[in-house]
Design a binder for this molecule. Structure first.
Ligand SMILES: [Zn+2]
Length: 211
């Protein structure tokens, strides 16, 4: 199964990608991880990417596409893969097609923006050991205190409602053209992301036509 997974920040995309990775024994490939690995191994593409990052620029499409192509040629990708964060743009999606890399589907995890704002707004992190909590889904035994070390729990700045709404609008602007691209090719599958992990998993498997 060759898929790309899309979903808003805080929408459970990473968790679902891990679930699919285990269930189908295919690798979960994130562009960020590919770029970091190429840089640490000092491959020619890694060195090229590092130059852009050092200048504060985005790694250009042709470099990212070449890295993804190399990664997908590795033996563990023969049975399929879950791409995460790629393609991010229409030129990347078109480049994949022209290289003969054809996906079975593009899976979108859909969550209402306000639900995301609520979910992320409830996240807390220990200021000492960074253990994650959620006021509703994973509360500490004592309010405001870390179970593990007693440290004070804080909210990260990027979980503030304003910031989350900004991140969501960037996500939608980026994703909408890709949704249309895959919809035109009848490859778009949509699964509703729910509060309960098991419900999201069920929706994802249904969307992919697996039971
Ligand atoms: Zn702690």
């Amino acid at each position: 199964m060759k898929i790309t997974i899309m979903g808003p920040p805080g929408g459970g995309k990473g968790t679902q990608a891990e679930m699919l990775e285990k269930r189908f024994a295919i690798p979960h490939i994130s562009t960020g991880a590919i770029i970091r690995k190429a840089i640490s191994e000092r491959t020619p593409l890694g060195l090229a990417a590092q130059d852009y990052i050092a200048k504060g620029d985005l790694v250009p499409d042709d470099v990212v596409i070449s890295m993804v192509k190399e990664r997908l040629a590795e033996p563990d990708c023969e049975a399929g893969y879950i791409l995460d964060g790629f393609p991010r743009t229409i030129p990347q999606a078109e480049a994949m097609e022209s290289m003969g890399i054809n996906l079975d589907c593009a899976l979108e995890i859909r969550v209402d923006d306000e639900d995301i704002v609520q979910r992320l707004g409830g996240r807390r992190e220990c200021s000492v050991c960074a253990a994650p909590y959620h006021v509703r889904y994973n509360p500490p035994k004592t309010e405001g205190k870390c179970d593990k070390c007693g440290g004070e729990l804080i909210r990260r700045a990027d979980d503030a409602a304003e910031t989350v709404r900004e991140r969501l609008s960037v996500y939608h602007a980026q994703t909408e053209p890709l949704r249309r691209f895959y919809q035109e090719r009848s490859l778009l599958r949509t699964a509703k992301g729910c509060e309960e992990l098991a419900d999201t998993t069920k929706n994802v498997l249904e969307a992919l036509g697996v039971n």
